[in-house]
Design a protein around this ligand. Structure first.
Ligand SMILES: O=C(O)CCC(=O)C(=O)O
Length: 274
């Protein structure tokens, strides 16, 4: 779980990097699992590259990914239930109960790993009480030259901002440049937790080693989706505690109307790497 100091940091800044949740040996094991999964996917489905159009580097940089890894690897499914991670997630969410929204593995290959323009995750899958957080588990060290995650501290207090829709949702780079954001360099085994309202992104991996991570998006099970969007297999699985609503159906079927828009944009979806 988080210390009081870490919790206060999260509340004030919208993110917190927790060092050494996994040992280096564990991180190496999960890293191998991710790279084996990426090879299987490439063999069976061919190479897909989810580099965001809005990054402006398609065809130049590359990204390997897999959504909802819990359907591909039991080891990675077990990791999503690891109490060392879910107890910190519970502290960030402010609920003992932690529910899965979705997961995604990203490998930014050496020398050409794709960047992510600055954005909030909230517009992709808005929820009424904004309980949603991401945990990014680092399986390799991610220094600045590997395109580590960057954040805008305190931006979770700005509410949901208007994003541009061209080829991947992002904030105007004139207002939010990746280079101007606060880097969160991490070691293998560190986990970065951040609110889905926190503005974040990452630069290009120019190093000679991959940057390999697993992102788990989680929420309080009593926080309903505002609109019906970004539905995925496995959504609603409990990672910690219980579902106090005993939901028999996914929350979106019960709560959320379909097809709302924000500022003329259709909200949500699974564009690019989201
Ligand atoms: O892994 C990264 O560098 C950023 C990923 C991200 O921002 C996202 O998936 O929303």
């Amino acid at each position: 779980m988080l210390t009081d100091e870490q919790k206060q940091f999260f509340d004030a800044n919208g993110y917190v990097l927790v060092k050494g949740i996994l040992t280096p040996a564990e991180a190496a094991l999960y890293r191998d699992e991710c790279h084996a999964l990426a090879s299987r996917l490439a063999d069976i489905r061919g190479i897909e590259d989810p580099t965001w159009g809005s990054a402006g580097t398609r065809g130049v940089t590359q990204l390997r990914h897999c959504h909802d890894v819990q359907f591909q690897s039991a080891k990675l499914a077990q990791l999503m239930l690891d109490e060392r991670i879910t107890s910190c997630a519970a502290d960030c969410i402010g609920s003992p109960n932690v529910q899965l929204h979705h997961s995604k593995m990203f490998i930014k290959p050496a020398e050409k790993g794709s960047p992510f323009p600055m954005h909030q995750d909230a517009p992709y899958f808005p929820h009424d009480n904004h309980s949603m957080i991401a945990a990014i588990i680092h399986f390799y060290a991610a220094p600045i030259e590997k395109g580590c995650i960057r954040v805008v501290p305190g931006s979770h207090k700005l509410g949901m901002l208007q994003h541009n829709g061209d080829g991947g949702w992002h904030l105007d780079p004139e207002d939010y440049a990746v280079e101007d954001a606060t880097p969160c360099p991490a070691d293998a085994g560190d986990v970065l937790f951040f609110s889905y309202l926190t503005i974040h992104g990452s630069g290009i991996n120019t190093s000679d080693e991959a940057r390999t991570t697993l992102l788990i998006q989680m929420r309080d099970p009593t926080d309903p989706p505002t609109i019906r969007t970004h539905e995925s297999r496995g959504q609603g699985m409990m990672l910690r505690g219980i579902d106090p609503l005993c939901a028999a159906r996914p929350a979106w079927e019960v709560e959320a109307p379909k097809g709302q828009t924000m500022g003329g944009q259709t909200m949500g979806g699974t564009m690019g790497g989201m």
